[in-house]
Design a protein around this ligand. Structure first.
Ligand SMILES: Cc1cc2nc3c(=O)[nH]c(=O)nc-3n(C[C@H](O)[C@H](O)[C@H](O)COP(=O)(O)OP(=O)(O)OC[C@H]3O[C@@H](n4cnc5c(N)ncnc54)[C@H](O)[C@@H]3O)c2cc1C
Length: 556
């Protein structure tokens, strides 16, 4: 980009929406020194306790963003209490219940443990971190109104919410914009990005209430923070209780009849019926949402991208929302920075849609919609009143199914144009892409310690006693384990020639790192594996070829 074009810009990247996803992107870019401008409607995060269930992977982002410690300190439930889930049949207090979504089962495959806290508390932590980054400016209390793009940049108009809108219109310009403005995204609509909608035609209520008696009643399930009630009448749709803090505040969401309003429905009786007991209830919030799936048909239109709920929205079944949104920005963040810094091919930006949209398609099909269907099938096929023995057997199987669901949720970018599964030495880099065409990115995988191209890197201890994650650079990292010195040097020289930031970590092929089953592991800035080699010595041209593809120079 020429200097004169740059000087027209207020920022390199405009981020519309400063919810968790927009703020995550601001940190990812701000830490890389990219100049960003965030436009956020609300001066304070909205006090709705959604988006609580944060995965280990999300905590890895928080670690990299310098917010892990603050986030854990902001939790509202003491760590010793536990953050597991439970599924019960009929009512919450029924004798038929099993553990559910025990995310801690996959902890060994991640560098950090999972966490649970209300989304507004997470947003506070992210906002504080953003305030420390000199290259990020935030316009709190501003509405993004219109967005347009031309060949050289993106133009956004904003108005201050408290001021007279017609007089406060301001124009800002940047090289790129990312719409992180939630499910009703104006950015998505104005960029002409269509969505595929799947309606389940259910109106859902979201209640936030206080009840110490409910805490007393649920002492029978120690260490649990969220509870899912399956009722035959609801055909697989859940009645969902979540703790906001320990002992007092709760949220609940469940289907309600169409036409329900805050005034024409007995929510207290609905809560009592769902738990199977009466208890005192003090409502703080009554709101509604429509149960539906929406997936953007492209995550990119020219210089405009969408991320988080702006790109994909869905029922909050299983905690895939905020976690997927944060992974979106970990993905697009390094790619935008690489293109702006000039060391990546512009096509690298296309790989954002290729990777993240397919993963979410699979998150809908293989996890969220599938679980609604399989719960519905179970309720139709089994009942403790019809055949107690068969019901109990099926319930036991479901408990082990819940374990495999946690293991199977392993988003990966197999088949992505910038992932190299096996590289045949050639002067034509496109050869490598052809070999990956049978695979495609998916949310469904398998947690493994082995380093696999397209998959998240598992942690391992180096011979120094440090974890590999403590040595990863902000650009690419090459792990060279018992590798031939000439080949390591060839990577060093190629990276320098191509201006690709590369941290090289050398160690012996012994101890825990042996479980990577590779002498070379190339790790992307978002800590996914780009390429591996089981050979300790590489042919001369290979390092250049590998780096060329990893930085986005692929043929479509
Ligand atoms: C009841 C419930 C429970 C949930 N539980 C979980 C869970 O356990 N785990 C999980 O992963 N997910 C959960 N989710 C989903 C999760 O809350 C969302 O996925 C998450 O909020 C998405 O973040 P986001 O930043 O993309 O969008 P949002 O949180 O919607 O943020 C968008 C931001 O953009 C701003 N904005 C919008 N338009 C404009 C504009 N024109 N100008 C300026 N600013 C604008 C808004 O003010 C807002 O701050 C739950 C959702 C609900 C409803």
């Amino acid at each position: 980009m020429t200097q004169s074009k740059k000087s027209q810009y207020n920022a390199d990247v405009l981020i519309v929406g400063g919810g968790p996803v927009g703020m995550g992107l601001a940190i990812e870019l701000g830490q890389r020194g990219v100049k960003c401008l965030v436009v956020e409607r609300y001066v304070k995060p909205q006090p709705i306790p959604k988006g609580q269930n944060l995965t280990q992977r999300t905590l890895e982002h928080m670690h990299v963003w310098g917010t892990e410690k603050q986030l854990r300190a902001a939790r509202t439930i003491p760590p010793e209490y536990g953050i597991g889930g439970l599924t019960a049949y009929g009512t919450l207090l029924s004798p038929h219940a099993h553990d559910w979504l025990q995310r801690d089962l996959v902890k060994p495959y991640y560098y950090t443990a999972n966490e649970r806290l209300p989304q507004y508390a997470t947003e506070e932590v992210l906002r504080e971190r953003v305030a420390q980054l000199p290259s990020v400016e935030v316009l709190y209390g501003f509405d993004a109104e219109t967005i347009e793009q031309d060949e050289e940049g993106v133009t956004l108009t904003v108005t201050e919410r408290t001021a007279d809108k017609s007089s406060a219109l301001q124009v800002v310009r940047a090289a790129y914009a990312v719409g992180c403005d939630g499910s009703g995204s104006r950015v998505r609509q104005q960029a002409g990005i269509t969505q595929t909608l799947t309606s389940h035609d259910r109106k859902m209520v979201l209640l936030v209430f206080r009840s110490t008696q409910l805490h007393e009643l649920l002492k029978r399930y120690p260490g649990k923070s969220f509870y899912n009630v399956l009722h035959p009448d609801l055909k697989g749709y859940w009645k969902f209780f979540g703790r906001v803090d320990l002992g007092n505040t709760w949220f609940f969401h469940a289907p309600v009849p169409a036409g329900t309003t805050a005034d024409n429905f007995d929510f207290r009786a609905y809560l009592h019926e769902s738990v199977g007991a009466e208890f005192e209830v003090d409502f703080e919030y009554i709101g509604f949402w429509d149960l539906r799936f929406a997936l953007a048909d492209n995550y990119r239109a020219g210089r405009i991208f969408v991320a988080g709920d702006a790109a994909h929205s869905h029922p909050p079944y299983g905690g895939y929302g905020i976690n997927s949104g944060l992974e979106d920005v970990r993905n697009i963040g390094w790619k935008l920075a690489a293109v702006l810094e000039g060391w990546a091919d512009a096509k690298l930006l296309d790989s954002y849609d290729a990777e993240r949209r397919l993963v979410f398609r699979s998150t809908i099909d293989d996890f969220i919609a599938k679980s609604i269907k399989s719960d519905g099938d179970f309720l139709e096929a089994y009942s403790p009143d019809r055949d107690l023995q068969a019901f109990e057997l099926a319930l036991k199987e479901r408990a082990s199914g819940a374990v495999s669901e946690v293991h199977a949720f392993e988003p990966n970018y197999e088949g992505s144009p910038i992932i190299l599964h096996s590289v045949v030495e050639s002067t034509d880099v496109a050869l490598s892409v052809a070999q990956t065409s049978q695979r495609h990115p998916s949310a469904k995988g398998n947690h493994r310690f082995e380093a696999n191209a397209g998959h998240h890197l598992a942690p391992a201890t180096l011979s120094s006693g440090q974890n590999v994650f403590e040595k990863l650079g902000s650009g690419f990292t090459l792990l060279a384990l018992g590798a031939h010195a000439d080949s390591v040097d060839a990577f060093r020289v190629a990276a320098k020639e191509m201006n690709v930031p590369l941290t090289i970590v050398e160690d012996s092929f012994e101890g825990e790192v042996k479980r990577y089953q590779a002498h070379f592991v190339l790790i992307r800035p978002d800590h996914f594996v780009a390429w591996t080699s089981a050979d300790a010595q590489l042919s001369t041209h290979l390092p250049k070829q590998v780096l060329t593809l990893a930085r986005g120079a692929f043929k479509n």
